[in-house]
Design a protein. Structure first.
Length: 155
C-alpha cells in the first residue's frame, strides 16, 4: 500500500429481495381488470372478506338494477356481502373479460336447494381498483313471450 493511502474495505451490497424471497409469486395478485373481477368473486365464494376488500376502491359504487339497490363505498359493499344470509350456495366465475380500464364477469350461483342463478357484472377501474360496478342478477328459466317461443333452447 502506498504511503498515506487508506486501506480499502470491501463493501458488499445486500442481495436484493425479490417477490419469491417474500413468499409471493406474480400469480398471487391479479394483474388485469379481468383478473381483479375474477379474484373479487372468488374471494366472495371463499368468504375471504379481507382479500375481497383489496380489490375494491374505497369509494366503490355497486348498482344492482334488478332490485334497485345501490351500495356506496367499499365498507357498504363488504357489509352487504358479509351479512348476506347463509347458505347462499356455490359461486363460480364462468369467465371474466376486460381491458385496461374495465372488466366483465359471468357468474353462476348454485343454491343449496338446487336453484341456479346467473349474474353478469361490469366493473370500471379507478386508481387500479374496481370502482364502479353493476351486477345484473337473473333467475333463469322464465318463459319468453308467446311470440318468441320458437327460440326456446331445446338442449
Amino acid at each position: 500500500m502506498a504511503p498515506g493511502a487508506q486501506p480499502r474495505t470491501a463493501v458488499r451490497a445486500a442481495p436484493a429481495l425479490g417477490l419469491a424471497d417474500l413468499g409471493i409469486t406474480w400469480q398471487a395478485y391479479p394483474v388485469t381488470a379481468a383478473d381483479m373481477a375474477r379474484a373479487l368473486y372468488t374471494a366472495y365464494q371463499a368468504r375471504d372478506w379481507a382479500r375481497a376488500e383489496t380489490f375494491l376502491h374505497p369509494d366503490a359504487v355497486l348498482d344492482m338494477p334488478a332490485t334497485g339497490e345501490r351500495l356506496v363505498g367499499r365498507e357498504q359493499v363488504m357489509r352487504f356481502q358479509r351479512e348476506y344470509p347463509e347458505p347462499w350456495g356455490e359461486l363460480v366465475v364462468l369467465r371474466a373479460l376486460g381491458d385496461a380500464s374495465s372488466a366483465a364477469a359471468e357468474v353462476e350461483i348454485r343454491a343449496p336447494g338446487g336453484d341456479v342463478f346467473h349474474m353478469a357484472a361490469f366493473w370500471g377501474l379507478r386508481d387500479g381498483l374496481l370502482a364502479s360496478g353493476t351486477e345484473y342478477w337473473v333467475d333463469p328459466g322464465g318463459s319468453p313471450p308467446p311470440e318468441r317461443t320458437a327460440y326456446l333452447a331445446t338442449d
